[in-house]
Each structure stands twice: as C-alpha cells, then as structure tokens.
Design a protein around this ligand. Structure first.
Ligand code: MF3
Ligand code: CO
Ligand code: CO
Length: 251
C-alpha cells in the first residue's frame, strides 16, 4: 500500500529533510584523510541528537551504527569502525536517516577523501547526475519504471552499471514504505506517480558490473568485482509540477 501524505505531513517531512541536509553538509566538511569512519559516525550522531532528532539507522534490523560509511568498492551499508581510517584518494559514501517529530528523512552522498583520480571524480559526478535524471522523471502521471529507466540509461550511457539487488523506496513515518524504486526499468511500467507520494531515489552505480556481494559481516554490500561504486540519495515528493527535493536546504 502506498501512503500518500497530506500538506501537514509533508511540511513535517520537509523539516526532517532540511535538518538532514544541514547535518550532511557538516559531515561533508569533516571528511579528510586520517579520521576513522567511527569518527564520522560519532559526529553525525551528535549533530542529529543535538537537533532533537533520532538517528534511525541505529538498531534498524539490528544495524549497529547511526550512519552507513562505504569506501571505494563498498556500495552501501558499510559499518563504521575505529579500525577504518579514511585514506587520501579514496571515495566515501555516507548514507544517513533520521526521524524528526516521527517523520523520516533519508539521504546519501559520495565524496572524495583528499585528492582523488579523474576516474573516481567521473563516477561520483555521473552517479549524482543519475539521481537528477531520476528526479526529472519523477512527475505526476509518470510511473516508477520511468525513474528507473532514466537512472539506468544515464549510468549505462557512461559505461557504468546500475545495481539491481537494492532499490529506492517509499518513505514516511517508516523508513521503508511502498513502492520499491529500482534503479533500472522500462518506461511506463510500475506504480503510477501521484502528488503526495514521498519516495527515495538512490542510484547505486558500479563501475564494472551490476552484481554485488554481501560481506561476512552480513551488512556491507560490495561491487562483485571489487571495483568502484558510488551512491547518491534524496527524499523527494511528487507534486503537480517538479518534484520537491526534501533533503536539500531550506529556501
Ligand atoms: N539509508 C538506507 C536506505 O537508503 C537504509 C540503511 S538501513 C541500515 O534505504 F540499517 F543499514 F542502516
Ligand atoms: Co539511505
Ligand atoms: Co533509502
């Protein structure tokens, strides 16, 4: 069942989204060689709690941390650790969710650690572009498959592969609601998009294969060939016109 949100509920989701944007901006600024992914986790957790919100990844299906921190070939769900130090030249994806006043927001970005290669810069750029291609297709009357098609086409046009085993999702009072939002698909297929739908579009883009593997820690998802992967995500709302990107700055 897809739960549509009324204007009051959307306003609350937007507040959660703005807060998550502010948190992620500050987290982005702290990323540098020499700190650990647990440092990033601690800082993010503090920012969220100081703002009166709850980090909702912590304890979600027993997930042990407040952020996902995925480096290089790690696609998503990397578990922060005191033993993982950020190294110059790596790329780091940070994926965070929070609840404010009972409403969830979910957003992720991939950023360079220090100076990175052009290949890595290109993967980050194209993955973010995949998000915006998907968002451009997220309009009243289109279908979920239109979003996936837009994401997949842009990834493949650039020689990359959209991950199929993990998807975007509806969001609201719960972190994961219907519908699923695959990063691949055919135009005109799947649930119809209508105003009041709130969904997360989250391209996970691999450099050498669409396939992924899960590490023995049962969480960390890696590119099956051990090559680079990047991830971007925003929580958005379908309207009568352009979608509202809820996890951007307030304006
Ligand atoms: N933020 C993730 C998503 O985009 C959910 C992570 S669940 C966790 O859907 F348990 F791994 F944190
Ligand atoms: Co997320
Ligand atoms: Co998500």
């Amino acid at each position: 069942m897809i739960i549509l949100k009324n204007p009051d509920q959307l306003a609350k989701m937007r507040s959660a989204g703005h807060l998550l944007h502010d948190v992620l901006q500050q987290v982005r600024e702290m990323i540098c060689p020499g700190i650990t992914t647990m440092d990033v986790n601690r800082y993010t957790d503090e920012l969220i709690r100081k703002a009166g919100a709850i980090p909702t990844e912590l304890g979600y299906y027993d997930y042990p941390a407040s952020i996902c921190a995925s480096i290089d070939d790690e696609v998503v769900h990397g578990i922060p650790s005191e033993n993982v130090t950020l190294m110059e030249g790596s790329i780091l994806s940070v994926d965070v969710t929070l609840a404010l006043d009972g409403w969830q927001a979910d957003s992720a970005f991939t950023a360079p650690v220090g100076k990175i290669s052009e290949a890595k810069q290109r993967l980050i750029r194209v993955t973010e572009e995949c998000f915006w291609k998907g968002a451009a297709a997220a309009i009243n009357g289109n279908r979920i498959g239109d979003i996936g098609f837009a994401v997949q086409s842009h990834a493949e046009k650039n020689g990359y592969n959209a991950v199929r085993d993990l998807t975007g999702h509806g969001i609201g009072r719960k972190l994961h609601e219907s519908p699923e939002g695959p990063n691949y698909g055919k135009p005109g297929r799947g649930p119809r998009l209508v105003p009041g739908m709130t969904i997360c579009i989250e391209p996970m883009i691999n450099s050498s294969t669409a396939d992924v593997k899960v590490l023995p820690d049962k969480w960390t998802v890696v590119e099956a060939n051990g090559n680079l992967s990047a991830h971007f995500e925003h929580t958005i709302c379908i309207t009568n016109g352009e979608p509202i990107i809820m996890t951007l700055e307030k304006h």
